[in-house]
Design a protein around this ligand. Sequence first.
Ligand SMILES: Nc1ncnc2c1ncn2[C@@H]1O[C@H](COP(=O)(O)OP(=O)(O)OP(=O)(O)O)[C@@H](O)[C@H]1O
Length: 232
Amino acid sequence: MIQFHDVSHRYEGGHDVLSHVSFSVKQGEMVFLTGASGAGKSTILRLVALIARATRGQVHVHGQTLASVKPRHIPAYRQRLGLVFQDFNLLNDRTVFDNVALPLIIRGHSHRDVGRQVRAALDQVDLLNKEKVYPLTLSGGEQQRVGIARAVVTKPDLILADEPTGNLDPEMAHEVMRIFERFNQVGVSVLVATHAIDLIKAMPHRMIHLEHGRISMKVPLSVRHAGDFPYA
Ligand SMILES: Nc1ncnc2c1ncn2[C@@H]1O[C@H](COP(=O)(O)OP(=O)(O)OP(=O)(O)O)[C@@H](O)[C@H]1O
């Protein structure tokens, strides 16, 4: 699903913020990207989403070499991705329904199709009863679930989430991670950048740990299951 081969990245005028990074995420896998602030987690997600392009090395997603995706084809490329952000990025003057509908409306779906798919997405995040309300009347966890519904309404096969629980209390954060797991259980690949070690340490998913733009450790599932967790 995702392959990084010896990838380095440098923002204009800066130093390397990723250095010789290689890893892969298999189709149907859920993987956590961990590391301190500034370690390069968001940069990896930006490279996958083609918000930025790797300075060196190769990134492949869905078997496609991203360096060869032309700018005019980026919107089509992103159709298979669902993006979830720390600060939800909701339009607060639009209802929950309208927020979730937006990606479908942009893609020109019919009115009937929009209604059906938005309700299906809201159902998947347990917010079917909130379609008429405005985001600011919801709890943080509910707002993030609206953000997830918006990300999955187009049925992506890969979800990229950047610190999705960063603004949530532990209970809501747990609920949000559970929702990602639910999508993963039906075959969606999920890559989550997170600081929330306490939250994820009991979860049975692979973890890739970054330090100063380099992978310092890939924690295999066997270790996670054994409870021998190096960052606890
Ligand atoms: N647009 C940009 N221009 C220049 N430097 C940037 C840009 N975006 C990020 N950086 C730098 O790249 C490095 C890695 O940032 P990145 O956001 O990928 O880290 P992160 O691990 O996601 O951090 P956080 O957990 O704080 O979000 C940091 O030193 C950051 O200052």
